[in-house]
Write a protein that binds this ligand. Structure first.
Ligand code: GDP
Length: 458
């Protein structure tokens, strides 16, 4: 067998997403993980990627102390997707599933389950993604007594009975809500099998309490149950998912991509899912953020020759204008381009939304959220005339105005902007717009509107 016939394999970094209700601490938690990793300094430290942060095993073990013995692991660390929230999570597909291998659901311990918590958990359930719950903001518990550097179990046990009972009340409410949503859960140190049960980690993004524990649970879970899936051919043609399509000064339209398999090199031909046909183009530059670079100039980025999975990278290439967030990216290497185009088409077809002759217009920020919207509307028996990724444009208003039934002269916009000239057209065209960033609320608002309309007609 020649060398090129062999399949060198390596274990890639598990990809972690952070989900949860607004204001429960997703961004702070990511900042804290990044911050503590940076302050651990010398041992490997973190690398900032486009759209993601890589925390190597040694850094995790330095941060987690006795909770993570590097000898027990052969996974290289964790890659955190930097855009928190389940909108971005549902965007993040890979071949046949979710791009993120594992998730943290952040729940404000005082606030408990909220609509977006439930929505996040529904998505994780549907995609079969294992997760842990960060019961965040424990530092706000009245009478809280922090134990610096201690594992969170020890801190928990060291609380006064008053603080403990308040905290317990909140924690057990979260555990109960998880159970109502079909997951048996417990405080993480009582969980034996993280595949069967969800671990709840009391945490504070403010004081860093529980963050080492959270990292230890994520590492343990991946090492134990996900090693098979982490086996990749690092020299194979790269496969990734578009996080964002962005104009970048000096580079034109670029793609922020998370690569989950193989590698990608400058100059290679790639196929990207586009609004119409797949886009075939050539990588002009692979870009990574430059540490401490001045903001808003092309110097923000440094060029790299090659990127291997799992990592985040910005791809500059011609003809990316029609690329879609959430779409697949494939490197064409040692195989016919048509084969790769067919592969991308097949993958996009899986996400395709069924449309009807009569129905509403749906706009969403990403393919994944479009699909989630379509599912929610299907359940509510609302037909869709047209569904597309992108901001609400005058053309959408024109399309919505062609609906026969008044209740279908509607645009449902999920997590997108309304272009100014489209806003002006709405009234003229008699089209009603609903926009929201919680899917089920958007559907509920629409249903309430239809109910009211029908009542008025009676
Ligand atoms: P996100 O919307 O889920 O990303 O939430 P943020 O990270 O933006 O946090 C919302 C607010 O909660 C901010 O004012 C944070 O400073 C605060 N916050 C986040 N985590 C904690 C925590 O652990 N303790 C306390 N006291 N405040 C927190």
């Amino acid at each position: 067998m020649s060398e090129s016939d062999t399949t060198p394999t390596a274990l890639r970094t598990p990809i972690v997403a952070v989900l949860g209700h607004v204001d429960h601490g997703k961004t702070s938690l990511l900042d804290t993980i990044r911050g503590s990793a940076v302050s651990e300094g010398e041992a490997g430290a973190i690398t900032q990627h486009i759209g993601a942060t890589a925390v190597p095993l040694e850094t995790i073990s330095d941060m987690a102390g006795s909770l993570v013995d590097p000898e027990d692991f052969d996974l290289p660390g964790l890659l955190f997707i930097d855009t928190p929230g389940h909108h971005s999570f549902s965007t993040l597909r890979s071949r046949g599933g979710a791009l993120a291998d594992i998730a943290i659901v952040v729940v404000d311990v005082n606030d408990g389950f909220q609509p977006q918590t439930v929505e996040a958990i529904e998505i994780l359930k549907r995609t079969g993604t294992p997760f842990v719950v960060a019961a965040n903001k424990i530092d706000t518990t009245p009478g809280w007594n922090p134990q610096e550097g201690a594992p969170i179990q020890q801190t928990y046990e060291a609380q006064s009975s008053r603080a403990r009972s308040m905290l317990d009340e909140n924690l057990y409410e979260i555990i109960g809500d998880l159970s109502d949503n079909g997951f048996s859960a417990d405080l993480y140190w009582r969980v034996q099998n993280f595949q069967k049960n969800v671990g709840v980690v009391p945490s504070s993004a403010m004081t860093s309490e529980g963050i080492p524990d959270l990292l230890a649970v994520l590492m343990g879970l991946s090492q134990r149950y996900m090693k098979e899936e982490m086996q990749i051919d690092v020299t194979g043609p790269g496969a990734g998912t578009v996080l964002e399509v962005k104009e970048e000064r000096g580079f034109g339209t670029t793609l922020d991509v998370v690569l989950y398999d193989g590698s990608i090199k400058e100059g290679e031909t790639i196929v990207v899912g586009g609004k119409n046909d797949p886009i075939v183009t050539e990588v002009r530059a692979l870009l990574r953020p430059r540490p401490n670079a001045e903001i808003r100039t092309e110097k923000r980025f440094e060029r790299v020759d090659e990127v291997t999975a799992a990592s985040g990278v910005k791809i500059a290439a011609p003809d990316l204008e029609d690329a879609m967030a959430g779409a697949p990216v494939r490197v064409v290497r040692d195989r016919p381009v048509d084969e790769v185009i067919a592969e991308v088409k097949r993958e996009l077809a899986e996400i395709e939304v069924e449309t009807a002759e009569e129905g509403v217009v749906v706009k969403a920020d990403t393919l994944g959220s479009l699909e989630a919207m379509a599912n929610a509307l299907d359940e509510a028996e609302v037909p869709i005339l047209r569904a597309e990724v992108g901001d609400v444009a005058p053309r959408d208003v024109a399309v919505a105005s062609t609906a026969n039934e008044e209740k279908h002269k509607v645009i449902l916009a999920f997590n997108v902007s309304v272009l100014k000239n489209a806003q002006e057209e709405l009234d003229k065209a008699g089209v009603k717009l609903f926009d929201d960033d919680v899917i089920y609320q958007l559907v509920e608002e629409y249903e309430a509107y239809v109910d009211e309309m029908q009542r008025a007609q009676q």
